[in-house]
Ligand binder design. Structure first.
Ligand code: 5GP
Length: 187
């Protein structure tokens, strides 16, 4: 085995935009709203991988209703921080969405290209209803108009990381949402 390397502090060079407490409080509010709106329905939370995984896990626990969870892998960014405009389904749901109340759980709506493509795809599966819940919205970069039924926070045009959102596939495990201010730090 190689000698142990010195520990890396992944929080170094990152400024906090939303703290753990702010996220927890907002997710709780969204969960309560969804609980009221979907009472008596057939709710399925559709997690859009990978960025929504932490949000979905917390949101599901804030909803006091029977619900299903499904996962879809979609990739619209490469290893870079710029959108490619190309949306690809990398993993599909495991059970049919027909007659279910689908709530798409997204990490962030940026250009809106990913969600507009996804919504089209999901409608072809004949669900009873389709709504969108997004943790973040970056309206400055809008290319497609997306109606977000449940929104955590609106942000300015900046590339954010943490709470599921990545920096070249890393930093998803930060418990807060932040911005990399010093890209030279090892992560
Ligand atoms: P859109 O298709 O709306 O442009 O982008 C959607 C996807 O791009 C999001 O689900 C997310 O994975 C990625 N994305 C957009 N903005 C950001 C950002 O600020 N930070 C990170 N980490 N990913 C982003």
């Amino acid at each position: 085995m190689e000698p142990a390397k010195p520990p890396v502090d992944i929080r170094e060079g990152i400024s906090v935009i939303f703290t753990e407490e702010q996220i927890r409080a907002r997710v709780q509010e969204l969960g309560e709203q969804i609980t009221r709106d979907y009472a008596g329905g057939n709710l399925v939370l559709l997690c859009i991988l990978k960025g929504s995984c932490l949000f979905m896990a917390d949101l599901a626990r804030a909803i006091a209703l029977p619900l299903r969870m499904e996962f879809m892998g979609v990739s619209s960014y490469g290893e870079d921080t710029k959108t490619s405009g190309v949306v690809q389904i990398t993993q599909d749901v495991s059970t049919p969405l027909a007659d279910l109340d689908v709530l798409i759980v997204e990490d962030i709506v940026d250009t809106g290209l990913t969600l507009s493509y996804l919504q089209e795809q999901i409608h072809t599966r004949r669900p009873a209803s389709v709504r969108v819940c997004s943790l973040l919205h970056k309206p400055a970069r809008k290319v497609r108009e997306i109606h977000i039924d449940y929104l955590g926070f609106t942000i300015e045009d900046r590339f954010v990381v943490g709470y599921g959102l990545d920096w070249s596939q890393k930093l998803r495990n930060l418990p807060f949402i932040g911005e990399v201010t010093d890209p030279s730090k090892p992560r």
